[in-house]
Design a protein around this ligand. Sequence first.
Ligand SMILES: [Zn+2]
Length: 183
Amino acid sequence: MAGLPGPDAVADYRQHTRRPVGRLIGMTDIEFIAIDPDRLARMREHGADEHGNPWTPRTAEGWEPLRCCLRVAGPDEAIALITYSPWTAPDPWLEAGPVFVHFERCDGYPTPGDYPEAFRRSRSMINPFDHAGARAYQHITFVEPDDDHAAAVRRVLDAPEVSHVHVRSATAGCFTFEVRPVT
Ligand SMILES: [Zn+2]
């Protein structure tokens, strides 16, 4: 059978070191990561986000997805709209875009082992990256509101060549949260 690509064969322009498939063995071995609260604290102290936008309060209407604690804002909560990038160093794959966060420091995401409930019923893109930081195009996955989002993320992360994923809105494109295997 030599020469026939397997079902998870990768594009031949990039060869990966193959490791055993199925590195995820339980339900508590991945973590759903909100924006680093200390990073947000530095922006609040500075009075601006990392892209120079003033840290300005706005009143939530009650639908805004908050990336500091991975829930939807309630009506009249004080929030801020900032430009955020999950990357912290120069990188050709870097993307930055608008996200809502609490205006004041919040308690963060309390259950990092669980898929954030507020984002389960959404059209989402699971955007995977390999161990060199490049987008793992062959594992890009879109999920619909009725799909099992947690299972889809787990399936993508189970690929040995995938290091971590960013979950994005498939309708607006905005970054929602990161998911990584627990190390
Ligand atoms: Zn928050």
